[in-house]
Design a protein around this ligand. Structure first.
Ligand code: HAM
Length: 426
């Protein structure tokens, strides 16, 4: 087995590009997922969860050779049993696999899913780019109707908008697979003519994946791309009609968008609508995409299914969203949990007794605050953490089967019988 030797200092750090979440960061991420799920469920999406790994072939066939993900970013391994598996770099191919495996095509169509969790790409780590990152995703499987393209765009927009940033929706159409093949021919002719002017990395893509050259970040290539043929000028009638309907519906529900003729996205499975949510600052400068998606009518067949499953979806980059927003941007309500503190360590057993007596899964959560010690320190910390009310258990009160209920906003308090606590709180 080949392994590079790591020092103690190295192994006491999380692997490169992977992070721990605790304290405020943990809560912020959790609140984001709760918020996103609520918005999605209000729009008819239901949850789905697939394994962290899939057969490697699913991604090779679905995402495609010549894409960054397949060429250099997958965490793939051979198991002891000889299976070739890959840690999921994205969620769409796994979910369509699940849809096919469970015969979901015979359920009412379309099926609308939301999903959350970690994804893995062996990318070069930097701000906003991690090797283990989190996505919140949506997929609508089993309909060609452009209404669902808009339904997905609107749901994602509502979620990212809550960040308080100025968000622009970038929109493009890649046309049908057939249209795209014809266009790629034109593109190859164009790039072959300008080969010497392209960045070296892009020169080799002329044969492997010419569409990727269009969203190259290399300076020389960016300049050439200004003159490249545009896919939207080659759309056939059906593709144009689909694209027009998407735009018309977006306008009807007041979602601002701009058409970005060179937006191609990083996966081969896209057809027709593609989009991204990009942050724009006051001077009009754009930073990275908070999320993106599009239609993938051919993906089911690409991974080996006999029928096509027309679908559309998106993935939101949770790390990027929470990094660019303040801590409670996605908090849906004030903290309602009530901490119970003790004035002295000797009351630990009594405090547990109060929790057991007053709290069931159906009642308001009272929890034993875990930082014992000086009362004033506990109180000031609880206040900072944003709680509204605190229960204080002291020796004298306990003898009378009472606790003190303190309102941290008004700084008033009163004694309440343990039996009456839940009624009082609600
Ligand atoms: P994607 O554009 O590759 O699409 O990823 C979606 C979002 O995940 C990106 O816009 C970005 O915010 C975030 N993201 C991607 N890579 C990283 C990374 N290394 N570190 C941090 N954030 C990252 C997809 O994955 C498609 N499955 C979306 C989709 C669903 N299309 C149709 N259905």
């Amino acid at each position: 087995m080949s392994s590079s030797k790591k020092s103690n200092k190295d192994i006491l750090q999380a692997p490169r590009g992977m992070r721990d979440f605790f304290g405020d960061a943990f809560i912020h991420k959790q609140e984001f997922f709760q918020y996103a799920e609520t918005i999605a469920e209000q729009r008819g999406f239901t949850g789905i969860e697939t394994p962290i790994m899939e057969h490697t072939e699913i991604f090779l066939k679905g995402i495609g050779d010549g894409t960054d993900i397949v060429d250099k970013e997958m965490y793939s391994l051979e198991t002891i049993g000889g299976d070739q598996l890959t840690l999921r770099p994205e969620g769409t191919a796994p979910i369509i696999r699940s849809y096919i495996e469970h015969g979901m095509g015979s359920l009412p169509q379309p099926q609308l899913f939301h999903y959350s969790g970690p994804f893995f790409r062996h990318d070069k780590p930097q701000k906003g780019r991690y090797r283990q990152f989190y996505q919140f995703g949506l997929e609508v499987m089993g309909s060609r109707d452009p209404l669902y393209d808009v339904h997905v765009i609107e749901t994602g927009y509502t979620i990212v908008k809550q960040s308080g940033q100025n968000i622009v929706v970038k929109l493009n159409s890649l046309g049908s697979y057939k249209v795209r093949q014809q266009y790629v021919k034109k593109l190859v002719e164009f790039y072959t003519e300008h080969k010497q002017e392209l960045a070296e990395r892009d020169q080799s893509r002329i044969q492997t994946n010419p569409l990727r050259i269009l969203d190259s970040k290399e300076e020389t290539t960016v300049a050439i791309n200004q003159q490249a043929p545009r896919l939207i000028d080659y759309l056939d009638e059906d593709s144009q009609k689909h694209f027009n309907q998407v735009q018309m519906l977006l306008e009807k529900i007041d979602i601002p968008y701009v058409i970005e003729p060179f937006l191609v996205r990083g996966m081969d499975y896209y057809e027709h609508t593609v989009f991204e949510y990009v942050i724009q600052d006051n001077d009009g400068n754009e930073s990275f995409a908070l999320g993106g998606g599009g239609r993938y009518d051919g993906l089911a067949e690409m991974i080996g299914h006999t029928k096509s499953v027309p679908s559309v979806g998106l993935g939101l980059g949770v790390d990027r969203i929470i990094e660019t927003t303040h801590n409670n941007a996605f908090r849906m309500e004030e903290k309602k949990d009530v901490p119970l503190i003790i004035t002295d360590d000797s009351l630990y057993a009594e405090a547990l007794g109060v929790i057991k007596k007053t709290t069931t899964v159906n009642t308001q959560r009272i929890f034993l605050y875990p930082l014992f010690g000086k009362l004033s320190k506990q109180l000031s910390r609880i206040e900072k953490e944003g709680y509204q009310t605190v229960i204080i258990l002291g020796e004298d009160e306990f003898k009378k089967n009472m606790v003190t209920l303190r309102d941290l906003k008004t700084q008033t308090q009163e004694d309440v019988r343990v039996e009456d606590l839940q009624t009082y709180l609600s």
